[in-house]
Design a protein around this ligand. Structure first.
Ligand code: FUB
Length: 326
């Protein structure tokens, strides 16, 4: 981070941050929500918001202060945050990273996590080519790699997994079936077995109707990366990034089946201008929220900051697009 960025971060933090446990390998830091961006003491991106019990957990990737900005997202670990009320937050630290994986050395990118049968499953992409899974009894620590190899691997498998199998996002449907969505440029979905660490059937393309006219340069409904699927009422919402052009943003499609086909609807929110778009939507205490990232603290697309806002739906189930204001 440059000097101006550091100064801005320190001023913004003020007295609102407390180190709870500084002697462990991962200091636990408590902080208050001071308005967007939510996370100001470190750079974070790609927020996956999950509600486990009475807490909301946020699993993020981590843009380090000392990362190589000339490299393609030089990221090495993931953080998890928790809150009971959206005002008081705890950063549980870098709870998992490349050092915990024997088969990957770079690009710890956008993750997700779910719980099932008392266990927590953390899904993460690495090296732009692989997706792994880690398991723990706690949502914030103790994750281990049960397979010792990737769950998804592009090696010799590009036709099936797509050009860049990254950005896993999980859905456990009301009937208990788990799905994993992933992919950059090529959108994919696969069912998981109940043990959550094995694929159940073939990897399939995600079909989004109504985006045929869009291209990588046009934005609109073009599928870029960062899928996120949630269910509300009768509908499955498939949110994703429409690429990396100036006006990149989060867009979405809807379906009545988690395997699709999905029908393209439009923007979830107006562009933030971060160069990448990646987020999640979840319900917490009877309200719906969208989590996303910006580059407002650093003015650097590889040193991003997580935000959140309440989001509303129309009577027809469509999202009322969030008007992003800096
Ligand atoms: O954070 C690294 C990568 O940038 C993510 O995997 C993408 O979704 C984009 O946000």
């Amino acid at each position: 981070m440059n000097h101006t960025g550091k100064l801005a971060k320190l001023i913004l933090l003020g007295a609102a941050m407390t180190t709870i446990s500084a002697c462990s390998a991962n200091p636990t830091i408590a902080f208050e929500n001071q308005g967007n961006p939510l996370i100001r003491h470190i750079y974070t991106a790609d927020p996956s918001a999950r509600v486990f019990g009475d807490k909301l957990y946020l699993y993020t990737s981590h843009d380090r202060d000392d990362s190589d900005l000339d490299a393609h997202f030089d990221m090495t670990d993931w953080h998890v945050f928790s809150t009971k009320d959206l005002n008081n937050w705890t950063d549980h630290g870098a709870f998992f990273g490349l050092d915990d994986i024997s088969w990957a050395t770079k690009q710890a990118w956008a993750p997700d996590a779910v719980t099932r049968n008392g266990k927590y499953y953390f899904y993460y992409p690495v090296e732009q080519t692989k997706i792994g899974v880690a398991v723990s009894d706690s949502p914030t620590s103790g994750f281990v790699d049960p397979l010792g190899k990737p769950l998804i691997d592009k090696t010799g498998n590009e036709q099936v997994v797509g050009t860049e199998p990254i950005d896993p996002a999980l859905l456990i449907d009301d009937d208990g079936q788990a799905y994993m969505y992933f992919g950059c440029r090529d959108a994919r979905v696969v069912k998981l077995k109940e043990n959550m660490i094995e694929l159940d059937g073939d990897i399939q393309p995600v079909k989004i109707n109504g985006i045929e006219q869009y291209t990588e340069k046009s934005g609109g409904g073009w599928y870029g990366e960062g899928p996120w699927v949630f269910k509300r009422g009768d509908y499955y919402y498939y949110m994703y990034s429409n690429g990396w052009e100036k006006d990149t943003t989060l867009v979405y499609a809807m379906a009545t089946n988690p395997m699709g086909p999905f029908d393209y609807v439009g923007e979830v929110m107006t562009p933030v201008g971060a160069g990448t778009s990646h987020g999640s939507i979840t319900e917490f205490n009877d309200k719906w929220y969208v989590f996303y990232h910006s580059k407002v603290l650093s003015e650097q697309g590889k040193q991003r900051s997580v935000h959140f806002d309440e989001i509303y739906f129309g009577k027809d189930g469509k999202i009322i697009p969030l008007q992003y204001r800096r």
